[in-house]
Structures are given as structure tokens and as C-alpha cells.
Design a protein around this ligand. Structure first.
Ligand SMILES: [Cu+2]
Length: 243
């Protein structure tokens, strides 16, 4: 009995370590409301997946790292690619510990914006084009409070749901949609100056194959890494001080 309870304690301790190091990422994608399956077509930062991709999903804070593109080991393709048509609605299912409505999605401290970019796959110089962003959408009622942010209010209370539309008329081919959360709770200082603080990036790439006879080519966009600069407004930001 004693060794059993010790074992139980050890397992509980391991589970706690996992909770501490685990962060939110995309667990599933619905296309026009149809679930494509858990982990299908998603370059998951797979702390819960099989080696060799078995890193934990810590935030990316180094703005010059390739990890800023599609997260740790995000250059490794997923074996599945999700087939879509121009104008389709994609619903990303962001979760923390499990893909259920009981999951907390993300820690309540993580205030910040949600973004999405699209790029041909593989990406090239300046190939990521922003197709969605939402940040602070309601100021706080009292001073020194964070107000309502897309991550900590909308995504969290909405069970991790984020909707993105495939651009209308988009030319057929393989693309990546890079969903991103930027948590700003420690972003009052730049990571470059104080590596213990800084904005926390949670990028996650979804592989899609656009079908049909669309003719629209993406305009020039930005590169990851490269798009974000240390010290830029929005990368350095105090979430409790709105001026
Ligand atoms: Cu975190």
C-alpha cells in the first residue's frame, strides 16, 4: 500500500509539472462546422505527442528564432493536410490540457491579442499575410485593470474557439495558416533587456490545401521570424496601464 501511494504521489507530481509547462495550442480544426479530427493537419508543439517532436509547449519569446514561425519543431510537416475551398470558414479549437469544454483554454493572466496569417507552404521571404486580428476590445471600468482582451476574455470564455476565413478567390495550392496568441502579462519589459520577462508568443500552423479555380494571389506580407521587433509598441505593453 505504501509503495502504491508513493507511486500515486509521484504520478501526481509529474502531472503537475506537465500542467505548469503546458500552454495552449490548436487541437482541432472544423471546416464549415465539420471537425477534421484531433491533431489532423496541425503542426502541434507536441509536448503531448510522440518523439522526436516531444517538447513541451513553452512560449516563444526570442523574436529571431525560427520557432516564432510555427512554434518548436514547427518546420516538421504534419502527415495530414486539410482540404478547403476559398471562402471556407475554419474554426480553430485552442486548448490547454484537453480538447473539452471543461478545459480552461489558457491561464486567466494571459491578456493579449489573437492573430492569424496565411502563407503559401513552404513560406518564402515576406510571404505571411495577416487575415485576422483582435486585441483589447473593451477598456476596464477601473484604473490599473487589464480590460477585455481577445485571449483572456473572448477565447477563454468561448471554450477556445477562433474563426478564420480562407480568403475569397484564393488560388489553389498548399498554404499554412499561422494562428497566434500573444500573451502580454509580462510584456511591460522587453525580453531583449530582461529575458525573464517579455511578450509570450504562441504560434501554431495549420496545413491547408486550397482547391478550386481561384485566381487570387496573396500580396507581399511579412516574414517569421522578422515581423516583430523588440521594443515595438504592442510587443512591449503594460496591460494594466491604458494611456
Ligand atoms: Cu503561459
Amino acid at each position: 500500500m505504501k509503495s502504491q501511494s508513493l507511486l500515486a504521489a509521484a504520478i501526481a507530481a509529474l502531472a503537475n509539472v506537465k500542467l505548469v509547462s503546458a500552454h495552449t495550442f490548436i487541437w482541432g480544426v472544423w471546416v464549415n462546422g465539420v471537425d477534421q479530427g484531433t491533431n489532423v493537419g496541425i503542426r502541434s508543439p507536441a509536448y503531448n505527442g510522440a518523439p522526436p517532436r516531444g517538447y513541451n509547449n513553452s512560449p516563444v519569446k526570442n523574436l529571431t528564432s525560427i520557432d516564432l514561425r510555427c512554434n518548436v519543431l514547427g518546420e516538421n510537416p504534419n502527415p495530414h493536410t486539410i482540404k478547403v475551398k476559398p471562402g471556407d470558414n475554419l474554426t480553430f479549437d485552442w486548448h490547454h490540457n484537453n480538447r473539452t469544454k471543461a478545459d480552461d483554454v489558457i491561464d486567466f493572466s494571459h491578456h493579449g491579442p489573437i492573430l492569424a496569417y496565411i502563407s503559401p507552404d513552404p513560406p518564402t521571404e515576406n510571404s505571411f499575410v495577416k487575415i485576422f486580428e483582435k486585441g483589447l476590445y473593451e477598456l476596464p471600468e477601473k484604473e490599473f485593470a487589464p480590460g477585455k482582451w481577445a485571449i483572456s476574455t473572448e477565447l477563454k470564455s468561448g471554450f477556445g474557439i477562433m474563426n478564420v476565413r480562407v480568403p475569397a478567390g484564393l488560388k489553389a495550392g498548399p498554404y499554412l495558416i499561422r494562428g497566434e496568441l500573444i500573451a502580454l502579462h509580462e510584456a511591460d519589459a522587453s525580453f531583449e533587456i530582461n529575458p525573464r520577462r517579455g511578450a509570450q508568443f504562441y504560434p501554431n500552423c495549420v496545413q491547408i490545401e486550397v482547391e478550386g479555380d481561384g485566381t487570387v494571389e496573396l500580396p507581399s506580407g511579412v516574414s517569421f521570424p522578422g515581423a516583430y521587433k523588440y521594443g515595438a509598441p504592442g510587443i512591449v505593453h503594460n496591460v494594466c496601464f491604458h494611456v
